[in-house]
Design a protein around this ligand. Structure first.
Ligand SMILES: [Zn+2]
Length: 287
């Protein structure tokens, strides 16, 4: 990985080993330093599920998802965001649609209920930069962006017209954020202890990725991004017609199968409405 724009200071801090202390990582003189995450005392990882929108799958959407109407149990599609608390900091994974369907229940208000303002979040990462995942990306301009190189390049290429891509203005402020660029197909171990890891699964978009979270009580899970949109998409191995690269998508299906087999992780398909409905929502959490 490399650090880019706006990250010169960050790079210098890493070089002298200060960054770990800043974000609460263990260090030689770590005792008594500020503890940013609420789960610090127990040293546990917590996963909060947030509501960040809703999509109704009209016929045209089903069609581009390569699904027939009788293959899906419902036309509802969830749009979640997630907050991960780790003793060394926080990560917001996916930022939802740019508009909240419920003005009383925005991403901002859900984070506030947990005691966070946008600027408090250590890291932000998107499974990919489509408009239903990067909708609130600009709100995290003061966080460190964990960006897949291919996705970042494509997102700022000026050629993102097409299904799924919102206007680049929804994430434009990240271009100058402190950024850790994850190169090629590298994994990125977010907090350095293997419990929260970004895994490359390209194909839906050039730099699509999923998130592995190893929870002490719940067990290991994978947040799917849009590698699969619905449970039937997974069961039937459907590749959406608007994917960036079909062969790459199928290779990512196989890669994730092997990864789940190896880790014993359970797949959480983010947009799957029935699964999302079955989950505990913030302020409750998984650990
Ligand atoms: Zn999506």
């Amino acid at each position: 990985m490399v650090l880019v724009k706006g990250a010169r200071v960050l790079r210098a801090l890493v070089a002298v080993g200060v960054l770990g202390a800043l974000v609460g990582a263990p260090s030689a003189s770590g005792e008594g330093e500020p503890q940013p995450a609420a789960s610090q005392e127990s040293g546990s990882v917590r996963l909060y599920v947030l509501d960040c929108g809703y999509i109704f799958m009209v016929d045209e959407i089903l069609e581009i998802l390569s699904l027939a109407p009788d293959e899906v149990p419902s036309r509802d599609m969830a749009v979640p965001c997630y907050l991960i608390e780790h003793p060394r900091g926080t990560l917001v994974w996916d930022t939802g649609l740019p508009f909240a369907p419920d003005a009383e229940n925005t991403l901002e208000s859900q984070l506030a209920e947990l005691g966070y303002a946008f600027g408090d979040i250590t890291y932000v990462a998107m499974s990919h930069m489509h408009g239903d995942h990067a909708g609130n990306a600009n709100a995290f301009k003061d966080s460190i962006w964990l960006a897949r190189e291919a996705e970042r390049e494509y997102a700022f290429s000026g050629e993102t017209e097409g299904v799924g891509w919102g206007t680049p203005e929804i994430y434009s402020e990240l271009e100058n954020s402190e950024t850790i660029v994850i190169e090629g197909g590298d994994d990125h171990d977010v907090f350095g202890d293997g419990r929260v890891v970004i895994v490359s699964t390209p194909g839906h978009t050039p730099g699509h990725q999923v998130l592995f979270v190893d929870l002490a009580e719940t067990g290991p899970i994978v947040l799917s991004g849009d590698l699969y949109h619905t449970a039937p998409s997974y069961e039937l191995r459907r590749v959406p017609t608007f994917n960036f690269d079909e062969a790459q998508t199928r290779a990512s299906f196989e890669k994730l199968d092997a990864f789940m087999e190896e880790t014993g992780a359970e797949l959480w398909i983010e947009h799957d409405h029935a699964h999302h409905e079955s989950l505990r929502k913030a302020p409750e959490y998984y650990r």
